[in-house]
Structures are given as structure tokens and as C-alpha cells.
Design a protein around this ligand. Sequence first.
Ligand SMILES: [Zn+2]
Length: 334
Amino acid sequence: MDDDGMLGQGTFELDVDLLQGIDLASLTEPRLHQLLEAGFRARLAERKRPAPEPRVARAIGLNTLQGADEHDLREALHVLAAWLRSPTETPSPAKRSRFDRPEGTGQLPVPRCLTTALAPRACGLCSDPIKTGDEMGRFRPLKPPLDRTFIPMSWLCRHCLFDRREQPRRRDLIIRVFHHLLAGSAVGLNPKECAVLHTWLDNPAIRQTTAWQLDPLDATMVRLATSVAEDKPTTWIAYPTALTALRSMAAAEPDRTETRLLQDVLQHITEWEINPSGIETRRYGTGTPYRQQILRTTARQTRLSELGGPFFLHRSFDPTEESSEGADEEREDA
Ligand SMILES: [Zn+2]
């Protein structure tokens, strides 16, 4: 989108119409900062107190906007625009503690904050719609060394913040597989995810697919059932097995709603395998940066390629586990 025409003026006031005419998703950090500064000036011209910047920061669960990434800056703009629209309604602070979270192997790290959406958008992980007024939140930044492999997720729906490992949907499972493979690790599943996968695969039509016939998953089915029975914190599914599962599920159930997502994942996996755009392995190697670059230059954009990754989707702390598997992932950083 060409936003220069709208924003190129030297001085302007951030009014509601201006923000509504802008596709915030298309703007990068310098432009977002420029808009925010204009908005703060507009607010200060009207009222000096309370100081606007800390209020806006707190509304998105931060102490300050310094160092805020583009996802936070976009949200800050929504808060500021709402405040300019209703100058007497000071933005309320986001919730930052005392969250009600599942216990056990379905637990996710404590989010950074929970707030209500001021504008509709899609969840930054599962892509479900988040409507105005719905709860949404973000996780805290990852600590080293995780932050070298994984990129931060944007604003997520309530399910993805709290419940996706306790009440996993088939979609959550597919998304999990995708990000593990993008990060070059085996796929780590908790007992609830193992149960979803077991139920999904336990289908005669899936057993009859070519993918299953070539690489039968009977032993995997036993492992999944055992992990459910023993409530094993993490069960690791190797890459070839995960691929067979995806291929057989996609082939057996072409009409299910998850099939499109399965096909998207399989498309990206195929591109990683055949490197259709000729990504230089001398420059990118053969690991995560290579897969990320192929994802960026994909022949057909998907929601997964738009969001990028890999995302750190968390795994349960398992005191009995050997340290060799999934060595690039750290224990819970909560
Ligand atoms: Zn979601």
C-alpha cells in the first residue's frame, strides 16, 4: 500500500479518519513511531496530564514504549486513536498477573499481558478472528538462546495464550508440527496432543493411504497410546514419521476443514526439500535460516508464510528426559 500520500506531510494531526484509512499491518517501525509521535503531540496539545506515553504503554502491558516491537507499536496506535476519539476515557491498563492457567503438561508460560482488542484482527498463531472486545495477549520475549532460533509471536487469541496445549484442536497440532519442523527439531507432543493425533490417525481410511502403506505408523500409534496412558510430559515424533502422518491425514480426509492447512504445511515442507527458488545453501546453510528463506520466497503465500517463524510453542518440563533430543529448545522459561 502506498501510504506516502497520506503520511508524507510535514505536520499533521493523528485523527481518527487518518488511522482508519491506514492498513497498520503494512507499516514498519519508523512509520509507526512517526504516527505515534504525531498522536502524542495531538494529545498533549489538548491535555498535558496525564502524560500520555506511560498510559498507552500500560494499556498494552508494557512500562514504556522504548524497545517496543512493531506488533506493540501497532497496538499502541489503536489505544492512542481510541483515546483521541474519547479524550476523557483514559486507557485502562492491561492485566499482567494472576492469570488462571491450566496445571500440568497442558500449561503454557505466563503471558506478558492480557487486554481487549480495540480493532478486529486474526490471531497471530492460529489465525482465528479476534473481534473488537475479545481478549487477546502476548507472551514475554524469549530469553537467550531461544531468541536466536525463534521469532516473537504477535497478539494471540485467548485459546492460543492459555488453552491450546490443554484442549488442543487438530489445527493446533498441525501448527505445532509446522513450527517444530521449521526449527529443525522433532515434534514434541504432550499427552493431550498425543491423544488428538492418535484419534485422528485411528481411522481405516488413513491406514489405506499410500503414505501409510509406504511407512506404516503402527509403532507410533502404540507410542502415542502409551504416552496418553502414562501422562508422559513430552513424546518426540521424528521428522519422517510426522511427515507420513501429515501426508496420510491430508490424503484420507480431503473435505475436512484442516485439510487446507495440512496442504499448506506439506507445500512448505516440499519446498524445503526441493528448494524450488534456488536458495544458496552457501549463504543460508541447510538449517532454520535456509527454511525461513524458502518460506519467505514461497511460490504460493499461505497464512503460515505470512506469519513466518519458527515460533516457540513451549514444551512441558520433563525431569526424566535425556537432554539430547530437542537440544535447541530450553526448558520452560516462565
Ligand atoms: Zn489463536
